[in-house]
Each structure stands twice: as structure tokens, then as C-alpha cells.
Design a protein around this ligand. Structure first.
Ligand code: PGA
Length: 243
């Protein structure tokens, strides 16, 4: 669905999140970072301040995290989430699930994350952004995607897109990151894809209306039975079908 502005898209998705929590207070959310979800977090914080929603029983699982960074490193996704969301709502610390950038054994860390997710019954609602190369979380375009949570190398394009967290210096962006796999994400009962701004128009159309290929990881979302798209008009401009 195309909304007039990114604020309108964020408001619509925030309403969906509030409704889902009203129905199931212990909702399991998968959450993204980046520029796109900022208006969503602002709106959810506002709704919480107005007592329209409580996150007290919600479980959150972030999609990804840089390898090598401590949770309080300002460049980490954990620090981003604290800044923009966790510190401003009533989500309980023991219900915040995060991949640890400092884990000693990468394989064990990925298993731990998948295990925690399984223990709470899997993802109810996965909220996603889309990279301009078609990545979802840190599932970069590949010949063969790894289906479950794994450690991955970041493309140059993705490191440049994340430079903002590192004083604008792409060289400081870690070379590797942990990410949920596409199968982990597609296991969610509901998926909400956010895309805003003209820079996402081309890739959004390729993801939603062209062939399904691991070269465009976001195109795999076409297979999900319960996918909603929250795009502004600029990002939806190249879609042939109205949404
Ligand atoms: P962005 O990043 O929201 O900052 O554009 C999206 C992504 O790369 O997944």
C-alpha cells in the first residue's frame, strides 16, 4: 500500500503493531534498524506515552547486529535500539533478544538465537526494511542464501549505507555481521515490509514484481502468505500494481 508520506506509512504500521499487541500482549516482534524505521519507532513511542500500548509482555528479536561491537558501542544496532525505542517504552530487558556482536563462537551464538526464538513460539510479526541492493536484514544478494541465523560478510554498498552510525566513515563499519536468515524471517506469521524514499523505488519494484531470486533476497517475500507493504509514494512509484 502506498501512503502519502513516510509519516503516514509509519502511522499505519504502528496501528497494526498496536492492534497485534492488543490481541496478543506477549507478541513476538522481529525489529529492524536503519533510517526507514525511525518514524515507526517515534510513532510507537508516542502511542506508548499516550497509554495506547504497552510493550511489557512483548518479546523483541532484532534482525541483525555487527560482529565485534559491544552492545553499548554507539555504532551497534543494540545502541540504536536503546536510543530510539527500548529506553522510551516499557519493554522488559529480559524480553529483549539480541545477537551478541561479541560472542566467541559464531556458530553457538546463531544456535542460541534460533533456540530463543523457538522457545517463544517463533516470530508473530516481522518488520523489515529493504536495502537498495535488495537485502533483507543482512541477507546480501547471493547464489545461495543461508536459510537460518548466520554470520555474513557485508557488501561495500551495505557498509556505505551504514556509515552514518560511524561518523559517516564507511571504513569504520565492521566487515561482518550476524543476521537472521531468510527462512527464519519467512517463518514469521506476518511480515510488514517498509520502504520510503525515491532511492528504494527501483528495488521495491524488483522485489515485489520481478522474478523470485536469491540475487534479490527481498523477492523471496513474495512467497509469504501474509505480507503487507508500507511504502510512501516515492518508494512505490515504480510498482505496476497498486498496493
Ligand atoms: P535504510 O536501510 O532503512 O537505512 O535505508 C535499510 C537496509 O539497508 O536494510
Amino acid at each position: 500500500m502506498a501512503y502519502a508520506s513516510e509519516t503516514d506509512a509509519a502511522r499505519a504500521l504502528a496501528s497494526r503493531v498496536v492492534a497485534a499487541i492488543a490481541q496478543k500482549p506477549e507478541l513476538v516482534l522481529a525489529l529492524p534498524t536503519g533510517r526507514t524505521p525511525l518514524p515507526l519507532y517515534r510513532e510507537l513511542v508516542r502511542l506508548h506515552q499516550e497509554r495506547q500500548v504497552s510493550f511489557a509482555k512483548v518479546h523483541t528479536f532484532n534482525l541483525d547486529e555487527f560482529r565485534g561491537l559491544a552492545p553499548d558501542d554507539p555504532g551497534s544496532f543494540r545502541a540504536y535500539m536503546e536510543r530510539h525505542f527500548f529506553s522510551k517504552v516499557d519493554v522488559q530487558p529480559e524480553r529483549i533478544h539480541f545477537l551478541s556482536g561479541q560472542a566467541e563462537d559464531a556458530g553457538e551464538e546463531c544456535e542460541r538465537y534460533e533456540g530463543e526464538l523457538a522457545q517463544v513460539g517463533g516470530i508473530d510479526l516481522a518488520i523489515l526494511g529493504i536495502g537498495s541492493n535488495g537485502h533483507i536484514a543482512f541477507n546480501e544478494p547471493a547464489e545461495k542464501l543461508l536459510p537460518r541465523t548466520h554470520l555474513t560478510k557485508l557488501s561495500r554498498e551495505t557498509r556505505e549505507a551504514n556509515a552514518g552510525l560511524f561518523g559517516g566513515d564507511a571504513v569504520r563499519v565492521p566487515l561482518e555481521a550476524y543476521t537472521m536468515g531468510m527462512e527464519t524471517i519467512l517463518g514469521a506469521r506476518e511480515v510488514a515490509l517498509m520502504a520510503t524514499g525515491a532511492k528504494k523505488a527501483e528495488i521495491l519494484a524488483r522485489a515485489l514484481e520481478a522474478e523470485i531470486t536469491e540475487r534479490v533476497p527481498a523477492s523471496l517475500l513474495q512467497r509469504h502468505p501474509c505480507l503487507s507493504v508500507y511504502a510512501d509514494e516515492a518508494a512505490a512509484a515504480k510498482l505496476k500494481r497498486a498496493r
